[in-house]
Design a binder for this molecule. Structure first.
Ligand SMILES: Cc1cc2nc3c(=O)[nH]c(=O)nc-3n(C[C@H](O)[C@H](O)[C@H](O)COP(=O)(O)OP(=O)(O)OC[C@H]3O[C@@H](n4cnc5c(N)ncnc54)[C@H](O)[C@@H]3O)c2cc1C
Length: 465
C-alpha cells in the first residue's frame, strides 16, 4: 500500500520534516527514539507502528546514546542506562525491534545505511541542541521523515506562540483535554523484524566505564533508579498514599508529599499521559487531582511552550522587557554578601535553609519545588550580576538535578530570577521589581528546621530525603 507523509500534515502532533512517499524497497519503519525513551503511551512509537502496519513492514526503534548533552554527567547517563532493560522488554512486547548504539556508532545516517528504512519517525524535544539534530537529520535523510510531539498532552504547536503565564495557557490547554487526554491503544507491530544487522554494539554502560569524555565528579544516586517499571511503581505509590493530601503538602519540603516523578518524565521513561490518566482515575478528592494535574499539565506544558517559542530560554535575554529593565537598573546595587560560584556549589553560605536545599540537590539529585524558587532567588542576591546568577543557576540545576536540562528548569529559573510569568512587585535593592522571597517568609510557611534536620542526616551516595 502506498503511504505518503502528506497524509500526516493535518495532525497537530506531527511535524513532517521530509515529505514524500515511503520507499517501497525499505526494510522497515524506523523509529528514531531520543526524548521519549519508553514503549508505553508513546505517540511517536504508536505512529511508527501504525505506518509499519499500513505498509506491511516491521518496525525498529533505534536509540543512539552519546555523551554530547550540555552539563549531562555520569549521574544522568546512569539513570538513562538503568531504563534500557525496561525499554527493550516493552518494545519486545509490542513486537518492535530494538537497535541500541552508543558513541561513536550512534549516528542516525549510519543506522539508516545499514537498515535501509522506508520511513523514519522521530520524537520531539524543544531544547536547542536536540532540535538541531532533527533539522540535520531532515537534511541528510533520503526517505520521508517526521517527528511526533510525544511528551506533552496537548501538542505544543497548537499554542502557536509564547504564552504569558499559567493564566493565559490554562484555558487553551484545558479546552483541548477532551481531545488529547485519552488512553493510547499501544498497538503492536504486525510484522516481526528479523535483524539484518548486528542489533547492538557494546552497551552504553560499558562505554561509560571505558572512557566517554563526560564529567565524572557527580556521583549517580544509588537509591533513585531509572526505568519505566520504577517510575510506574512510584506513580502507584503516589496515587495510593500521597495524592489525597497533595494540595496541602506539596509546598511543605519537610514532607515527602509529591510524586518524585520528574526524572522519569524528563528521561521520557514515563509519559505525561500515563501519569495524568492514573491520577484522573484515582480514588482521591477531585480538588487534589486538579491540583496535581495543574502542575503536570498546565505548568509543565507552559514550560515546554516557553522553550519552544523563546530561543533565549536559558539566559536573561529571554526575560520580559520590564524584568530586564528593572534588573539592569539595579545591577550596580551594593550586595551585602557575594559568594563565589564554588562557595555556592559547595553550600558554603551563611543561610542554613539554602545550604540544606543545595545539599538535597547535590546528594539526592532532586530538590523540593518550593525550595527551588528560594534557592534561585538567593543566587541572584549573592552574585555580582543577574546574568551571572542566571548562568550559575542553570549550570548547577542542570549538573545536579536528575530532572535537569529540562524545559521545566529553564522556565523555573526564568520565573525566579527574570520575572517570567510574573508581574512587577515592590521595588527593592538588587531585585528591582522582581518578586522577593526571604528565609523568614519561607520558614513561616513550612517547618524549615525539620527539613534542615532531615537533610543533615543525608550522606553523599544516599538518595533518601
Ligand atoms: C527554579 C526552578 C527550577 C526547576 N528545575 C526543574 C528541572 O530542572 N526539571 C524539572 O522537571 N522541574 C523543575 N522545576 C519544576 C518543579 O520544581 C519540579 O518539576 C518538581 O519539583 C518535581 O518534583 P515532583 O515530580 O515530585 O513534582 P510533583 O509536585 O509531583 O508534580 C508532578 C509533575 O508536574 C510537573 N511540575 C511540578 N511542578 C512544576 C513546575 N513548577 N513547573 C513545571 N512543571 C512542574 C513536573 O513534571 C512534576 O514531575 C523547577 C522549578 C523551579 C522553581
Amino acid at each position: 500500500m502506498a503511504f505518503s507523509m502528506e497524509s500526516l500534515r493535518a495532525d497537530a502532533r506531527v511535524c513532517v520534516r521530509r515529505g514524500g512517499a515511503a520507499d517501497p524497497e525499505g526494510t522497515c519503519v524506523l523509529y528514531w527514539m531520543e526524548r521519549a525513551q519508553r514503549a508505553l503511551d508513546n505517540p511517536a512509537l504508536d505512529l511508527a507502528v501504525r505506518i509499519g502496519n499500513e505498509l506491511g513492514k516491521p518496525v525498529v526503534a533505534f536509540l543512539g546514546v552519546a555523551p554530547r548533552r550540555p552539563y549531562a554527567n555520569l549521574r544522568h547517563y546512569q539513570f538513562l542506562i538503568e531504563g534500557l532493560a525496561d525499554l527493550a522488554a516493552g518494545l519486545r512486547e509490542r513486537n518492535v525491534g530494538f537497535v541500541l548504539r552508543s558513541w561513536p556508532e550512534h549516528s542516525l545516517p549510519r543506522v539508516c545505511e545499514e537498515l535501509h528504512p522506508a520511513v523514519v519517525v522521530g520524537d520531539e524535544n524543544p531544547l536547542r541542541e536536540p532540535e538541531r539534530w532533527r533539522e540535520k537529520a531532515a537534511r541528510m535523510l533520503r526517505v520521508p521523515f517526521c517527528t511526533v510531539d510525544a511528551d506533552v498532552i496537548v501538542p505544543s504547536r497548537l499554542l502557536e506562540k509564547q504564552q504569558y503565564s499559567a493564566r493565559t495557557i490554562r484555558p487553551r490547554i484545558r479546552g483541548r483535554l477532551g481531545e488529547f487526554l485519552v488512553p493510547s491503544e499501544n498497538p503492536a507491530a504486525r510484522k516481526t523484524w528479523k535483524p539484518l544487522v548486528k542489533v547492538a554494539s557494546r552497551s552504553p554502560a560499558e562505554d561509560l566505564a571505558a572512557g566517554w569524555k563526560i564529567a565524572r565528579g557527580v556521583a549517580p544516586v544509588s537509591t533513585s533508579r531509572g526505568g519505566t517499571r520504577e517510575g510506574l511503581r512510584l506513580l502507584r505509590q503516589f496515587v495510593a498514599r500521597k495524592l489525597r493530601d497533595y494540595g496541602e503538602r506539596r509546598n511543605h519540603p519537610e514532607f515527602d508529599g509529591t510524586s518524585r516523578l520528574s526524572p522519569y518524565l524528563h528521561f521520557g521513561q514515563l509519559g505525561p499521559l500515563t501519569v495524568a490518566l492514573a491520577v484522573q482515575e484515582a480514588d482521591a478528592p477531585a480538588e487534589q487531582k486538579e491540583s496535581f494535574l495543574e502542575q503536570l499539565i498546565v505548568r509543565r506544558e507552559l514550560a515546554v511552550n516557553f522553550v519552544r517559542f523563546n530561543p533565549d530560554y536559558d539566559s536573561l535575554d529571554g526575560a520580559p522587557a520590564w524584568a530586564r529593565r528593572t534588573l539592569a537598573e539595579h545591577s550596580r546595587d551594593r550586595r551585602e554578601t557575594i559568594y563565589s560560584e564554588k562557595q555556592i556549589e559547595n553550600a558554603e553560605t551563611h543561610d542554613p535553609l539554602w545550604n540544606a536545599a543545595q545539599k538535597q540537590m547535590t546528594i539526592t539529585g532532586w530538590m523540593h519545588n518550593y525550595l527551588r524558587m528560594y534557592w534561585t532567588k538567593k543566587i541572584l542576591e549573592w552574585t555580582r550580576t543577574p546574568e551571572e546568577a542566571f548562568q550559575i543557576a542553570v549550570r548547577l540545576n542542570d549538573t545536579y538535578e536528575l530532572d535537569g536540562r529540562d524545559p521545566n528548569g529553564y522556565e523555573g529559573i526564568a520565573w525566579a530570577i527574570a520575572g517570567k510569568s510574573d508581574r512587577p512587585w515592590f521595588e527593592r535593592p538588587i531585585f528591582g521589581t522582581i518578586r522577593y522571597m526571604s528565609a523568614g517568609g519561607a520558614s513561616r510557611k513550612f517547618d524549615a528546621e525539620a527539613y534542615i534536620r532531615q537533610i543533615e542526616k543525608l550522606e553523599p551516595g544516599r538518595a533518601a530525603g
